[in-house]
Ligand binder design. Structure first.
Ligand code: HEC
Length: 157
């Protein structure tokens, strides 16, 4: 229940940030809000499959980063963060092509995710120099919050 609550929290945070006001019309008879009020987006052809494969790689990358961090290998973690999640990943996964089919708010959340991940990569380099990993962990949490915000707001058809 806490997870659902958190998703909704991000959902509302997103819309207040973007200055939009979603209209919720579906309430069940007990007054509880329906959980699935996400916007549907549709991408042509195989693009949707590619995006989902890319999403799965995002999650894989986060796992690999956590493993590298656990082993104290912050440089390797930084490299994975930048190449697979950060701004550098935009070229490799054809973000420009994909983003043309995204609503503006979704593009913005994607940008936010990539920017946070690049910041995370920098904090990992700092951790490598100072041994203090806390700023990197905070930056990681910012990155995953961007994943959560987008998932709370959008789904594929
Ligand atoms: C700009 C929006 C956006 C961002 C940012 C985003 N995702 Fe997604 N992701 C989606 C959408 C849309 C789906 C499809 C959900 C659906 O249709 O139910 C999805 C699906 C997924 C899936 C399921 C893949 C499958 O095969 O079904 C995983 C895993 C995932 N995302 C991981 C991540 C991770 C990890 C991050 C952050 C590092 C992330 N995503 C960031 C939009 C986003």
């Amino acid at each position: 229940m806490k997870t659902v609550f958190n998703s909704l929290k991000y959902f509302f945070a997103l819309f207040s940030i973007l200055g939009l006001s979603p209209v919720f019309s579906q309430h069940d008879p007990h007054g509880a809000m329906r959980v699935d009020e996400r916007w549907m987006v549709e991408f042509p052809g195989m693009m949707q499959d590619h995006l989902l494969a890319n999403m799965r790689d995002h999650l894989l990358a986060i796992g690999e980063i956590q493993e590298a961090m656990g082993l104290g290998n912050y440089d390797k973690a930084s490299q994975i963060a930048e190449e697979r999640l950060g701004q550098s990943s935009l070229k490799t996964h054809g973000a420009y092509e994909n983003s043309k089919f995204m609503p503006r708010a979704m593009q913005e959340l994607g940008n936010q995710m990539h920017r946070s991940a690049s910041q995370f990569a920098i904090e990992l380099q700092n951790a490598s120099a100072t041994g203090d990993v806390k700023p990197a962990l905070l930056a990681l949490s910012k990155t995953t919050q961007a994943c959560v915000s987008c998932h709370a707001a959008f789904r594929f058809k």
